[in-house]
Design a protein around this ligand. Structure first.
Ligand SMILES: [Zn+2]
Length: 322
């Protein structure tokens, strides 16, 4: 990419070379792992670029538009934690699959962020309410769930968004801002049985609901239900096995179920049917049992709102399209 001196070109992968001649600079970025087309990104403008290496050894490149104004401090406070979060996620999902990690925050009016491979595209609006580590966790989780292991078809979007959202729940647990179980209880209780939320099937949402919040929130709820059904030991082995075994490949929800059944030794047909493929709210009893809760409350005010809730929801508002 050839740009006027003073501008930078930011893209996926690692910067192989840059050379300047007669007022122009040529940037040569290279991503050497398989990459879906929608995960390619290119930005040209005036950026402040920061580089480093995570404690676990992953090279980090971040870039901030020089005119972010009020959002600049919060953007840096969040995105500069990329290395720490990549290492933390590696503990759950296995080794980071790419040769570099990072993100960039251009000054553009877009309201959504996107998990562009190795170099996440962050909307400056993600940081308008202050630092937002939750969005960084979500987009970095996609590097395993969506980028390294790609969808075979869009109807299986749960494999991307359910797990990226669930990573935010794990982060909340890590930060002592509410356990995944508490967020699950609150999510379930927040949506009465007649809420249209339950009409979206996370396992097959249809093109019109491809990025509906239900795909994220009910999708993560389904993952907590899986955790309740198979127990923590099998659950965390499943979380690591999928991105490891399918690295740089594709998968379907059916493939994921096969893997989860192999590892847990349980028939999960009923659980997947209830949580991913039924256009109604699972009953309190079956929800309580599957979620591992003593009893799931029917009423939102009976379940305490986890501290992380508002930030996770604000993050999701900026993630689902439209
Ligand atoms: Zn996402």
């Amino acid at each position: 990419m050839l740009v006027p001196d003073g501008d930078q070109a930011i893209s996926n992968g690692v910067l192989v070379s840059s050379s300047s001649r007669a007022g122009w600079t040529r940037y040569n970025w290279r991503e050497n792992k398989p990459q879906a087309t929608y995960l390619a990104t290119l930005a040209v403008g005036k950026f402040d670029v920061t580089t480093g290496t995570s404690e676990g050894g992953v090279p980090i490149v971040n870039a901030y538009s020089t005119d972010l104004g009020d959002n600049d401090g919060a953007a840096r406070a969040s995105v500069e934690r990329t290395g720490e979060i990549v290492d933390w996620l590696s503990g759950y999902f296995g080794p980071y699959p790419f040769s570099s990690a990072g993100g960039y925050v251009p000054n553009v009016p877009s309201s959504f962020s996107l998990e562009t491979q190795t170099r996440v595209f962050y909307s400056p609006k993600a940081f308008r309410n202050g630092s937002n580590v939750s969005v960084v966790v979500h987009e970095l989780a996609h590097q395993w769930w969506g980028d390294s292991v790609s969808l075979e078809r869009w109807s299986d979007i749960w494999l991307n968004e359910g797990f990226a959202t669930y990573a935010q729940w794990l982060w909340s647990e890590h930060e002592d801002e509410g356990t995944a179980q508490e967020i699950a209880d609150y999510t379930y209780a927040s949506h009465p049985a007649d809420d249209p939320f339950w009409t979206v099937k996370p396992g097959d949402p249809g093109p019109e609901n491809q990025f509906d919040t239900a795909v994220y929130n009910r999708g993560a709820l389904a993952i907590q239900a899986l955790r309740g059904a198979v127990g923590d030991d099998a659950f965390f082995r499943i979380l690591k096995a999928w991105p490891t075994e399918r690295q740089y490949g594709n998968g379907t929800i059916a493939d994921f179920r096969t893997l989860a059944e192999r590892i847990s030794g349980k028939d999960l047909g009923g659980l997947f049917e209830t949580w991913l493929y039924t256009a109604s709210r699972p009953s309190t009893n079956s929800a309580g049992a599957a979620l591992g809760a003593k009893a799931v409350s029917e009423r939102a005010d009976a379940a305490a709102r986890p501290k992380s809730w508002t930030q996770i929801q604000q993050t999701l508002e900026g993630l689902h399209a439209g």
